[in-house]
Design a protein around this ligand. Structure first.
Ligand code: ATR
Length: 284
């Protein structure tokens, strides 16, 4: 890679940021396509978000990924928001278009693309989504139009119900919110096609979904996890053992990155190169 006076600068901001895979995926993709772009990671504390975004403007950074804890607050500093960003109230991608900062959210597209590219049909299917936080919201919004039935289960049931209600207001009455419990999940899995874990459960050093919860796993189900560290979560292991088709969190990670890449460069993302880079880094 040769960095010149014309090289466009992209990056990711968050706190913590040391474990991000974004620089690895994006630099691999820039190199592969021979694009004159470079990507860095920046640790930005909450109090410094305004300064960081002023820096993006002042230094003419071309694009930015935004991760925890800034996805919501960053929206207040942008000039134009994609409709999805307006619904979610959060952005994970910024494009600096001739000085105007445009906000996008590619998390939902990342999940639907991960399903599509793994040949999972969503149209007219019943989906059970675990979680009602930022990631779950983005996924629910992206799935909303296509699926026949979307059940959102969350520990804090009010959040699940509020999300289901907000989606019903836009897409019609096919959303339900309920409590995340063994009993409710098992009942819902009986006639479901896809189960997506969009909670942080299963992340290294966090608890897994408990065993009783996993009774309803069958071979007709597709199970996708958004957790990618470990690559094979306990949920995916159990799902595989039950004969379900499984899609790891790495897929969503790659496809949300691919969507950001396309916003910044206008080129089709070399997904296989990004996947290889991410998997290499995760296996180290
Ligand atoms: P993100 O932006 O990654 O989605 P988030 O907005 O903090 O992060 O959401 C985390 C999700 O994981 C929420 O759905 C959360 O449930 P609550 O809304 O009840 O907090 C869920 N979650 C986190 N820890 C959990 C646990 N121990 N048991 C069940 N759900 C959990």
């Amino acid at each position: 890679m040769i960095i010149s006076g014309k090289t466009r600068v992209c990056g990711v901001i968050g706190d913590p940021i040391e474990h991000t895979l974004s620089p690895i995926m994006h630099n691999a993709a820039f190199n592969y396509l021979g694009l004159d772009f470079v990507f860095f990671a920046f640790n930005v504390k909450t109090d410094d978000l305004g300064n960081a975004i002023r820096g993006v403007r002042g230094l003419h950074f071309h694009g930015l990924n935004v991760t925890m804890p800034h996805k919501n607050a960053v929206v207040n500093y942008l000039d134009e928001l994609d409709p999805i960003v307006k619904f979610l109230g959060s952005a994970n991608t910024i494009l600096n278009k001739e000085g105007a900062l445009l906000g996008f959210n590619t998390d939902g597209i990342g999940a639907t693309k991960a399903l599509e590219e793994n040949n999972i049909e969503m149209s007219e299917k019943k989906v059970v989504l675990l979680g009602a936080g930022g990631a779950a919201k983005a996924i629910a919004f992206s799935l909303a139009e296509e699926v026949a039935d979307l059940v959102i289960l969350n520990r804090t049931v009010e959040k699940a119900k509020a999300l289901a209600e907000a989606l019903s207001g836009i897409f019609g009455n096919k959303f339900n919110g309920d409590r995340l419990s063994s009993e409710v999940l098992t009942r819902n899995l009986v006639d479901s096609d896809i189960l997506i874990n969009a909670t942080s459960l299963g992340m290294k050093q966090k608890p897994s979904l408990n065993l009783a919860v996993l009774q309803g796993l069958t071979s007709k189900l597709t199970v996708m996890d958004i957790v990618y560290h470990p690559i094979e979560t306990k949920l995916l292991k159990d799902a595989k053992a039950a004969g379900s088709k499984v899609i790891s969190g790495v897929e969503m990670l790659i496809f949300q990155a691919a969507a950001s890449f396309e916003i910044w460069t206008g080129f089709s993302a070399p997904v296989q190169v990004m996947r290889k880079a991410a998997l290499n880094a995760l296996s180290r």
